[in-house]
Design a protein around this ligand. Structure first.
Ligand code: ADP
Ligand code: MG
Ligand code: MG
Length: 402
């Protein structure tokens, strides 16, 4: 991991700053691991089905649109595509569904589903390898078996999905474009088969109209977008909350067992026009999280601030409430772990969040790939609300099946 701070190069013994990581893999019950893996192909399919229902996306986000300028711009692109009847025959999704284990209920509950710029397939693969390697050397002394760290091929399977999408596009002189910074929409005279958005999920990625124009022309083009605007919108927190309402999953999926599996991992989710959620959060703000339609960490509101913000939003008028959703706060059991940051090891009370990557590729009726390429464990000190690794809250981890 690069570190632009002056500390880079001053870490004991090394010239680079490593990504923050846990010294040892986090124990995780195998039963929940299997459950999370099983959910992956179903969520992949769900996103695809939801993406095809333009009316559902527009209707669900219509109130958010009024008060959230960023979501509104995304919806504008989406509605123009609906108007010209734009079809995406080849659809590629590289997702990551995140979960926490709620200690009180013993349930594996979904935190969110990322459908754009799902981060760390590369580093998570490396951390699993590192932990396996450490245990193969020192496992005996620790009473740990390296084979209990599940293999992780997130990075190679994400690459494979991109390559397969390129192949489906079927033009050998075409290229894969990776959008890494808002300025770098460099199409360079080649036919682009696949556009991978590593940026574009945050308002900061669109500092001027030209980035929005670029996003629009990419969407309108024949290139395979990862994600398309519909996939992007299907991964918003508002859609997560709408999908958790009674009878909504049934609109998209037929298999009742699949529906039951998804529903089991849904935490309590409320729209802010629902008095049940709002009143509950006013009374006991500490058991809720208030979430705006944003990605990238550091945006959520916790504790007493939930109540303060709700009061402020209510004063601002009911419209403003639509920019947020309310979520049941999940409280995982804490444990003691060794965290390594900037070459130094610390011991702290931690909680963890397990992300499972999903890769989905479809060409019309043919599902080319519906896979669970790997996982990302993030461990953070239990006193911190947010979970970002890049943001400095969490460390990269892997799991040790128990
Ligand atoms: P983002 O898209 O910004 O990553 P998340 O929904 O993942 O948004 O929230 C960021 C972090 O906040 C999560 O990684 C997790 O640590 C914490 N968090 C989010 N929702 C909850 C919740 N319901 N209960 C407990 N912690 C949560
Ligand atoms: Mg996210
Ligand atoms: Mg997240």
């Amino acid at each position: 991991m690069t570190d632009t701070s002056t500390r880079s190069g001053t870490v004991p013994g090394v010239g680079l700053v490593h990504a923050p990581l846990a010294l040892l893999p986090m124990p995780f019950p195998e039963h929940y691991w299997r459950q999370a893996c099983e959910l992956t192909p179903i969520f992949n399919e769900l996103v695809d089905c939801v993406s095809l229902d333009g009316k559902f996306l527009q209707d669900s986000l219509s109130r958010t649109k009024k008060v959230d300028a960023f979501t509104s711009r995304l919806l504008d692109i989406h509605s123009e595509m609906l108007e010209i009847n734009k079809k995406e025959d080849i659809r590629l999704g590289l997702h990551r569904s995140d979960y926490m284990l709620d200690a009180e209920t013993g349930l594996l509950l979904q935190i969110e589903l990322n459908t754009i710029a799902s981060s760390f397939p590369g580093l998570s693969t490396l951390v699993s390898k590192l932990h396996r390697n450490l245990l193969s050397h020192y496992g005996n002394r620790l009473g740990l078996d390296s084979r209990k760290v599940p293999g992780n091929s997130a990075v190679s399977q994400f690459a494979e999905a991109l390559a397969k999408a390129w192949k489906e596009y079927d033009n050998s002189s075409s290229v894969v474009l990776v959008v890494v910074q808002p300025e770098e929409h460099n199409i360079g005279g080649h036919t682009v088969a696949v556009v991978y958005f590593r940026a574009g999920y945050s308002p900061n990625d669109y500092p001027s109209e030209s980035e929005w124009r670029a996003r629009f022309s990419i969407e309108k083009s024949n290139a395979i977008k990862c994600p398309s605007i519909s996939y992007h919108l299907a991964g918003t927190k508002k859609i997560q909350q709408e999908l958790a309402k009674p009878n909504v999953l049934e609109r998209f999926l037929e298999n009742e067992e699949d529906i039951a599996k998804l529903r089991k991992c849904f935490a309590g989710l409320w729209s802010l026009d629902n008095p049940e959620g709002v009143n509950g959060a006013m009374e006991r703000p500490e058991i809720f999280v208030l979430k705006p339609q944003r990605e990238g960490g550091g945006n959520n509101i916790y504790g007493e601030d939930v109540r303060k913000t709700l009061v402020k939003l209510q004063q601002a008028g009911s419209e403003e409430l639509a920019a947020y959703i309310l979520m049941q706060r999940i409280f995982p059991k804490t444990s003691l772990a060794y965290l390594v940051r900037k070459g130094k090891c610390y011991q702290d009370q931690v909680i963890s969040e397990l992300g499972i990557y999903g890769a989905y590729l479809r060409n019309k009726d043919k599902v080319v790939m519906n896979a669970q390429p790997g996982y990302l464990m993030r461990t953070k000190v239990s006193s911190s609300n947010e979970g970002g690794v890049a943001a400095g809250f969490a460390v990269l981890d892997s799991i040790y099946l128990i």
